[in-house]
Design a protein around this ligand. Structure first.
Ligand SMILES: NC(=O)c1ccc[n+]([C@@H]2O[C@H](COP(=O)([O-])OP(=O)(O)OC[C@H]3O[C@@H](n4cnc5c(N)ncnc54)[C@H](OP(=O)(O)O)[C@@H]3O)[C@@H](O)[C@H]2O)c1
Length: 350
């Protein structure tokens, strides 16, 4: 069992076991043990109220450098924001990078920066995620050919080559929308699903035969906190990320015994170009998010969940006491939606 999986299991089961032990020791007069259980349970409660990251990610810390050294990593949405941060972070650990988005010049600049940071190699592969599934399959083949070239193996690869391939595929490309569902045109809904969901599914399917043949590979999808907490004013965005998340979790179950792992990250608002940034609004640091996601993927976490407070607290309500979470959203949601209509930040609610 991988380190991340074992740790998550232990952290998930521990509170239930601790409550049982605390009740038992209280009933049978072992106050020291009862107090010990209470202290550990208080740590859980403290993280739920104040923590900005799930406990497993926090406990794991950074990925070991060996996890990415010499590994071929394909990142979509790498020209700016979180994708760029991931490229620089994984580059600094000696990865071989394939960086994708629509803007070639910008990608080349990120390739240079990643190489300067320590990447073994960094190449740009332009891609328009809205171009449809057939185009994504072609890009998958192109990425495999590039991986082979970077390994010095020459051109021509049939997608099932046993020696060379993409070790990590990070789905970062994406876009958001701030609008009430009733104001969102059908074409915008479809466009968002193409960009955030369908393209990632198609790219995953393009690389899967090669990963399964090698019995090696990690697929990482950047979802959103909008999957964990419904997001009034971003209904379509939340739906695209929820669909991607469901696909990834189901896929993990299909390939779990064939060497391929899947990690889904659910960050809350990040200080990148996506969405409005204001003085009052607190967002996650993009470098920290990149590090947490990289570590989660390398150490085998199923999910990485992180957000500033009180968003993380609301997520905990949604997970453990959903009826309270839904009531809070019914109060906050209409204000968020009005803010979306006015084009102001949805995180500063009046
Ligand atoms: N920022 C947040 O608050 C936040 C919170 C939770 C989740 N996320 C998710 O994290 C990911 C990155 O967010 P970010 O804030 O870094 O976004 P960003 O700064 O807007 O960057 C988006 C990236 O996606 C690429 N992209 C956009 N449309 C594309 C297309 N049609 N084809 C190919 N690439 C395309 C862009 O490159 P080009 O323009 O060069 O194509 C860019 O590299 C997204 O999936 C987002 O949903 C963000």
């Amino acid at each position: 069992m991988r380190r991340g999986t074992a740790l998550t299991l232990a952290l998930d089961v521990a509170p239930y076991a601790l409550v049982a032990v605390a009740v038992f020791t209280a009933a049978f007069g072992a106050p020291v043990l009862t107090r010990l259980c209470a202290v550990v349970l208080a740590t859980y409660a403290g993280n739920a109220v104040f923590g900005e990251c799930d406990l497993a990610s926090r406990a794991l810390g950074d990925a070991p450098r060996s996890a990415y050294r010499g590994k071929t990593v394909w990142i979509t949405g790498a020209s700016q924001g979180l994708g760029e941060e991931l490229a620089l972070h994984l580059g600094s650990m000696g990865a071989k990078l394939i960086l994708s988005s629509r803007r070639e010049e910008t990608l080349r600049r990120v390739c240079e920066a990643a190489t300067a940071a320590g990447a073994e190699d960094a190449r740009a592969l332009t891609l328009d995620a809205r171009a449809g599934s057939a185009a994504m399959r072609e890009k998958g083949a192109a990425a495999l050919a590039l991986a082979r070239k970077m390994a010095g193996a020459g051109d021509g690869i049939d997608g099932t080559d046993a020696d060379v391939g993409v070790d990590y595929l990070f789905h970062v490309a994406g876009g958001s929308q701030h609008a009430a569902a009733e104001d969102t045109a059908d074409e915008v809904d479809r466009d968002m699903f193409e960009l955030n969901t369908m393209s990632a599914i198609a790219l995953t399917k393009a690389l899967l035969p090669s990963m399964l043949a090698r019995r090696k590979g990690t697929i990482v999808a950047v979802g959103s906190m909008a999957v964990k907490c419904p997001a009034p004013g971003q209904a379509t965005y939340a739906a695209t990320k929820a669909a991607l998340s469901a696909f990834c979790h189901s896929l993990r179950g299909e390939v779990a015994d064939r060497g391929v792992s899947v990690t889904v990250a659910h960050p809350g608002p990040i200080a990148t170009g996506l969405g409005g940034q204001t003085r009052k609004e607190r967002r996650l640091d993009a470098t920290l998010v990149a590090k947490r996601i990289a570590a989660g993927a390398a150490l085998g976490l199923d999910e990485v969940v992180l957000a500033t407070q009180p968003i993380m607290l609301l997520r905990n309500f949604m997970q453990f006491v959903p009826s309270v979470g839904f009531r809070v959203l019914n109060k906050v949601g209409p204000k968020r939606t009005r803010a979306a209509r006015l084009g102001v930040s949805m995180y500063e609610l009046k």
